[in-house]
Write a protein that binds this ligand. Structure first.
Ligand code: NAD
Length: 244
């Protein structure tokens, strides 16, 4: 059997990078993409040291043409796509009444449309294979909403609904589609939060620590594994118990 292949978006750093490394440790061939051209190339090189093939591509997930090219190159290199992880995401936080149209559009474009673009392109391949797993990185904010994050909350709520619709459409072809909802994870995205906001999050977390990218990567790997073959359309919280 040919080696399994995973595509991870927004994987130059942070949670996406940890997910790609996890799949590398599991022996997958890796394709990572990101808008950060140099960083994605450097990260792919690092992952290659695990002894797997790793391809790093500069791709903006909001652009369907670039996404189609990503999957064409993946098929040309490895011949299949077993797992897609839709991880690329951004924030543009501000209060609703101050939010500019471009703050709204940018976040919806990357987090929601980007997930749609990659899911559509991967689904065409996985439907022919009659097997595949798609894992979307949502957020607890997409479940509970958050002050200053109307755009981000709407995008992640949309990702959760997209996950369920895709699970219903693709299930008969042997494809599972699930989402994870991380809470407060220490990455570049959260390092700019004020000490007060970080403490307020910690007060809400029964496990009394922030999450790590590896905490997320382990659950994503499980959802893409044969052990999770009868799980689809679900949203698994990875938040130390923050939202229950
Ligand atoms: N850090 C957290 O606390 C947290 C919590 C819940 C959910 N998440 C989600 O996890 C995912 C990863 O976040 P992170 O914390 O690692 O943040 P991060 O900013 O470190 O990583 C996000 C990556 O996505 C890339 N990216 C941005 N726009 C892109 C585009 N148009 N096309 C391709 N790549 C693009 C960035 O360059 C970056 O490398 C995001 O979807 C985020 O919303 C994070």
């Amino acid at each position: 059997m040919s080696q399994k292949v995973v595509v991870v978006t927004g994987a130059a750093r942070g949670i996406g990078r940890a997910i790609a490394e996890k799949f590398g440790q599991l022996g997958f061939n890796i394709v990572i993409c990101d808008v950060e051209k140099d960083l994605v190339a450097a990260t792919a090189k690092e992952i290659g040291k695990l002894g797997v093939k790793a391809l790093g591509m500069k791709v903006d997930v909001t652009q369907m043409v670039e996404v189609e090219n990503l999957f064409e190159k993946t098929i040309a290199a490895y011949g299949r796509v077993d797992v897609l992880v839709n991880n690329a995401g951004i924030t543009r936080d501000t209060l609703l009444i101050r939010m500019q149209e471009n703050d709204w559009d940018a976040v919806i474009a990357v987090n929601l449309k980007g997930t749609f673009n990659c899911t559509k392109a991967a689904a065409k391949i996985m439907m022919k294979q009659r097997t595949g797993a798609i894992v979307n990185i949502a957020s607890v904010v997409g479940v509970m909403g958050n002050v200053g994050q109307a755009n981000y909350a709407a995008s992640k709520g949309g990702v959760i609904s997209l996950t369920k619709s895709a699970a219903k459409e693709l299930g008969s072809r042997g494809i599972t589609v699930n989402a994870v909802a991380p809470g407060y994870i220490e990455t570049d995205m959260t390092k700019t939060l004020s000490a007060e906001v970080k403490q307020a999050f910690l007060n809400l977390i029964p496990l009394k620590r922030p999450g790590t990218p590896e905490d997320v990567a382990d659950v994503v790997a499980f959802l893409a594994s044969p052990a999770a073959r009868y799980i689809s359309g679900q949203v698994i919280h990875i938040d130390g118990g923050m939202v229950m």
